[in-house]
Design a protein around this ligand. Sequence first.
Ligand code: PAF
Length: 285
Amino acid sequence: MKVFETITALRQYLNENRTLGHTIGFVPTMGCLHQGHCALISQSAHENDITVLSIFLNPTQFSCREDFDRYPRCQADDMNLAKKAGATVIFAPTEKEVYPHGFQTVVDVPELAKPMCGEKRPGHFTGMATIVLKLLNIVSPNRAYFGQKDYQQVCIVKQMVRDLNLETEIIACPTVREESGLACSSRNTRLTPEEKERASWIYRLLQETVEAAECNSISTEAATALHDQLKGELADHGMQVEYVEIVDGVTLQPRNQIEGGTLVAVAVFIGEVRLIDNVLISGKA
Ligand code: PAF
């Protein structure tokens, strides 16, 4: 596994490989890898000749400095996990390499970035879209892999790629879960065992909501009742609810009916740890 810290060296290596006809898969991360990242790396390794994993804790997508400072960092473990999962190249640049003095351009995908996490974390998606565009320009991969736990992020990246005519194919991969159902997240390492047990209710309650929605024909009143019930039950299980949203799975605009293609998404705090999860309703509902 090769490790690069500079854009020039990485580009030179990847250009040589492109000349040889090798395809390039890309998995962008902020480090502290978990099974969700490993699944993205494995899928990329399966579908491409080379898999580049970036590890860069991007300061511009944290609206709060404390959240950035508290974000877990585990570089030594990351290298081992990445290698085992099939990464062939690691790109781990410094902040100065990515944002040299005088950096000022940003990318905004305003409509998709407005609701849900965008409303609660001002500037987050601008920071995220900007770094993803920079990384896609640096790596120029054939395919890039993202997890569906960050559903809104995937929608924004896909829209940006369409709008700006990038040639990379964006591949959204299913959320990987711990045995309890809790969605894998780097933030899970900050939960105590008791908090983890509480957090496992997020997916159970989301599933119950989806089952209720899929069994009945869901009118406006019933959808509102399900929304309120989910919010109440998350709170009853010791979570501070930031949002529960029932939205269109493509536009992310609120829906007052639940049917196929509707996304039920939540963000909660357990102590100081913010967790998100979602379920996309399939079928007829
Ligand atoms: O999902 C993440 O870890 C980050 O938002 C990403 C895509 C690596 C950009 O910093």
